[in-house]
Write a protein of this length. Structure first.
Length: 255
């Protein structure tokens, strides 16, 4: 089944684009995401209401799984199962800065499948990202749940010494701090995350971009405009040199 986006691409699909360009972007993106989802035997809701219903069901499954079973670790997992984990993570990350509901749906699926896989690196990363999504719910409950999930992710990442997972935990600590208005902690954590991610190597483009985004936002809200201008200019130049339209647009427009 061909995927039809049930939502606008906020921050990307802006009024400054003509209708022809918008349709072209939707066609290109739809074809790519449909191919990826079909290969992993996954699907996405075809309407906004369907996306919301899918999110509710995914979160019920995830929270029931975490409440009724211990987190179990296995150092080897079947490749097809890990593929589904990684596909859900990629879709969640790709939509995270664009549309919350479908992104949160795939993130909940990502965490659920990661727990089923018992792969410690996948579990640590999935719980760390789920912590970030939890804080977006707002309120004390969202903050408590996000912090609890992050502590569990940090413990697993420390046990496995996965540099990717450790860096992602640092990034999500900064993200949680940002949404709690703790600007100094947010800028410090996101700065550390950037260094950890650079040391980790390849395959962390989304994590780097996210750390840069919340680092610059924290600089803005903490009033350090001079550093903000310097950092944002550097981030934008790097994104344009790589030809990364998504990253450059995020730097220009914010979340």
């Amino acid at each position: 089944m061909r995927f039809r986006p049930p939502f606008a691409l906020n921050g990307i699909d802006g009024s400054w684009l003509d209708d022809g360009t918008k349709r072209q972007w939707h066609r290109e993106w739809s074809a790519e995401i449909t191919t990826v989802l079909d290969a992993a035997n996954l699907s996405m809701a075809q309407s906004a209401l369907g996306s919301l219903a899918s999110l509710v069901w995914s979160r019920v499954k995830l929270r029931t799984r975490m409440a009724t079973r211990r987190i179990r670790i296995a150092w080897s997992s079947a490749q097809p199962r890990l593929q589904r984990v990684d596909v859900c993570r990629s879709v969640a990350e790709g939509l995270a800065h664009l549309e919350y509901i479908p992104a949160a749906d795939f993130q909940a699926r990502h965490a659920y499948l990661a727990l089923q896989s018992r792969n410690p690196d996948r579990i640590a990363r999935a719980l760390a990202i789920e912590a970030g999504f939890s804080v977006l719910n707002g309120g004390r409950w969202g903050h408590r749940r996000g912090t609890k999930l992050l502590r569990r992710a940090e413990a697993i990442a420390a046990r496995t010494q996965s540099q990717h997972a450790l860096a992602l935990c640092t990034l999500m600590d900064g993200t949680i701090a940002y949404f709690q208005g703790e600007w100094v902690r947010a800028r410090e954590s996101t700065a550390r995350a950037q260094k950890q991610l650079r040391d980790h190597g390849s395959g962390v483009a989304w994590e780097v971009m996210t750390s840069q985004l919340y680092h610059t936002l924290s600089l803005y809200y903490s009033g350090d405009i001079r550093t903000l201008v310097t950092q944002a200019t550097k981030f934008l130049e790097a994104a344009e040199q790589r030809g990364n339209r998504f990253a450059s647009t995020i730097v220009k427009t914010g979340p």
